[in-house]
Design a binder for this molecule. Structure first.
Ligand code: KG4
Ligand code: ZN
Length: 338
């Protein structure tokens, strides 16, 4: 019998709950917090308050949609970090009380591992084939990593950002371009209408498989400042081309590093994961690169790219299989590392 897993995610600005039977997703409810939009970024205290309001209805809806009652649940999986302390605390406290009340085991999950193991999830009967070892580029609002996945429980970070994450490079650019928060999806949408070679930004030069995005963001800032001196409505007149050129620089940089890592580690498959893996140009460029190299490329379903509880359930499943449980005395680990 496949274990029934109730999964909870509350690390940042999405309150999410999912029910899984093994790795099969029966429901995956995501409540996105709109309250942060007017601040141009996530406000931690407001995130915690919104999680408190959302968590009970979101869990209820996930159970109802899956047609499962709490008494049928075998294990509770919940994000334990990395993330915002107060936001994590809401999900973890709720998961602990459920575990105590139901007498069911608890697994606190690493959020970044979960983004990667989202590739093992399936809806319906078709089981995902994930050739291992897999080299995964994990790109989110807080992280940018290249991870070598030898097995679901055995991962090694082989490259990471030394400053900003790729998602921050998108979101900070969105802010200076006057786009709503988060800027990533808006830049993606506008870039489709622009010329990726209209403006030139230098691809950062970093050692090995590490990344740096803070210089790129600053070069956009200076570029816009200089152009606006010559033409005050430069942004409005060139928005699509700016988005396309800036996005293209990020993607070429990510791809360049990933190609070097493929040469070094010779994986059986490659993958992208995390919120930025929703980016249409990134998905296309990685798929094309993988086809040329004749290596399978796993691109997650949109539902499993940005923060969601189903991916937390995937880690819960593998932890359950290996009897790897957490304790009621565990506390949030906002700076957790794989
Ligand atoms: O994984 P995620 O939901 O949250 C974190 O764990 O950080 O990632 C959120 C990030 C944000 O920076 C957002 O702008 C970015 O993912 N993002 C995108 C797209 N959709 C979401 N970036 C570029 N293109 C997109 N289509
Ligand atoms: Zn995330």
């Amino acid at each position: 019998m496949k274990p029934l897993i109730l999964a909870i995610e509350s690390s940042c600005d999405e309150t999410s709950a999912a029910v899984l039977a093994g790795l099969e997703v029966k429901s995956n409810i995501i409540a996105s917090q709109k309250v942060h939009e007017k601040f141009g970024g996530v406000v931690p205290e407001l995130a915690s308050r919104a999680h408190q309001q959302n968590i009970v209805p979101v869990v209820d809806q996930a159970l109802a949609e899956a047609g499962v009652t709490l008494s049928q649940i075998d294990v509770i999986a919940c994000t334990g970090g990395p993330g915002l302390n107060g936001a994590l605390l809401v999900g973890m406290s709720y998961a602990k009380s459920l575990s105590l009340a139901l007498g069911k085991p608890l697994v606190f999950v690493d959020h970044m591992r979960a983004h990667i193991l989202a590739h093992f999830l399936h809806k319906g009967d078709i089981i995902q084939n994930v050739p291992l070892p897999m080299l995964c580029l994990t790109v989110s609002g807080g992280h940018t990593q290249i991870v070598l996945v030898s097995s679901p429980m055995d991962m090694q970070v082989v490259g990471k950002t030394i400053d900003d994450a790729a998602g921050e490079a998108f979101d900070k650019a969105g802010k200076v371009l006057g786009l709503p928060y988060p800027g990533g999806p808006h830049i993606d949408r506008l870039a489709k209408l622009g010329n990726p070679n209209a403006f030139k930004f230098t691809i950062p030069d970093t050692k090995g498989f590490d990344f740096s995005f803070s210089g790129l963001k600053t070069s956009l800032l200076y570029f816009l400042r200089d152009e606006q001196k010559k033409q005050s409505d430069f942004i409005a007149k060139n928005l699509n081309d700016i988005c396309a050129s800036y996005q293209n620089t990020i993607i070429r940089y990510l791809q360049r590093k990933m190609e070097a890592a493929i040469e070094e580690y010779r994986p059986a498959s490659i993958a992208i994961a995390g919120g930025v893996s929703a980016n249409s140009a990134l998905r296309e460029s990685f798929t094309t690169m993988a086809n040329q190299k004749e290596i399978p490329c796993l691109v997650p379903a949109f539902e499993f790219t940005t923060d969601n509880a189903a991916m937390i359930g995937a880690v819960g499943y593998f932890s359950y299989l290996s009897n790897n449980f957490s304790s009621l005395s565990d506390v949030p680990n906002p700076k957790a590392k794989i």
